[in-house]
Ligand binder design. Sequence first.
Ligand SMILES: Nc1ncnc2c1ncn2[C@@H]1O[C@H](COP(=O)(O)OP(=O)(O)OP(=O)(O)O)[C@@H](O)[C@H]1O
Length: 397
Amino acid sequence: MNMNPLKKTTLATASRQPQGEHPELLVRCYLQRPGFTLDVDLALPGRGVSVLFGHSGSGKTTLLRYIAGLERASGELVFQGQCWQDKHRSVPTWQRALAYVFQESSLFDHLTAAGNLQFAIQRARGPVEADDLEQVTELLGIQHTLKRYPHQLSGGERQRVAIARALLSKPRLLLMDEPLASLDEQRKQEILPWLERLKTHLDVPIVYVTHSPAEVARLADYLVALKDGLVVASGTLNDTLTRLDFPLQQGEDASVVLQGHIRERDSHWQLVRIGFANQPQDEDDGSIWISDPACRKDAPDSLSNRTGNAIDQPVRVRILARDVSLSLNRHDDTSIVNALSCTVEALSNGDHDALALVRVKVGETRLLSRMTRRSVVHLGLTPGQILWAQVKSAALL
Ligand SMILES: Nc1ncnc2c1ncn2[C@@H]1O[C@H](COP(=O)(O)OP(=O)(O)OP(=O)(O)O)[C@@H](O)[C@H]1O
């Protein structure tokens, strides 16, 4: 679906330019409250999902509301070459081509789901064809909800209708403020695949607020970490997650999220090979074997080996730093299937005095390994050193 093909312009100054992307949203914002200052200078890419991540009170919602024109602050805001705010003017929210999805679905209770969608269609920024309505309801899997009122829907269904309503207003930018926050864990797991579909099928850039590492791993293409109103890191998902000082990397959950493709299936041992290089034949950038998701009892049809369409399917894989060990020599006398030749890039102290975090490079792919500082000294690890990374397990997201 291509409801809103994006016009590409290059706007950012070099210092704020997101790598590998055309910046489409330039945000400079300065706002002071008692005990809190938001001071941000960012260039966000014009496609995919940019996640604003940070602890409670770090300023995520305030920044999103500023982009929407709901928060007064000094600064500058330029979206696709259009100035929404500078020191002379502030374009009102209704004139900004955006839609906002809140934590709670905010549907009209007296209207059915279809009525809520019609409300958006009547106020849309451009003509909404019958096809658009069909595509959006299919994309979010809400066809069965259309005749029902909000109180007759589950929390996840209500949120999906709210997202559909936002899309049918034909925004050129979608802002989502913790859209899963009001849902229990099971509902979150239900709705995440729909959000993943959204990002794959939609040409509208999304700015998404969350403090959930799981949502970052599944949805983010570009990541901005906020702390006490300041940007402490920003960049593509892989660049930020492999920074040793990134807030998400402190603790047991330190991990990288790699984007790759299913390259090969071993039906005898029920394993698949995930390659991280762009070319199927190129294994230099790393390639790991994991248990075949199609053989799980709850495997979705799209991954099923019976359909035969899974090879070359793009996937995301999360590898925890604690599941990666390093050794000077390659060992074949181990139960660990994946051994990758790698180069040490950087080392830092871990979240505990006894622990260290080591970043290694396998071709162009970066992994993190969490180990004791004693092991670092024992192996004599230094940047540039060539050794072997053993990946104990990896999760297909
Ligand atoms: N309307 C308001 N008036 C005054 N202070 C506010 C207001 N809204 C938020 N704040 C304060 O501004 C700071 C940033 O709040 P904000 O809601 O942007 O953080 P957040 O990162 O989105 O947090 P959370 O994850 O809990 O939603 C906090 O110190 C908060 O207490």
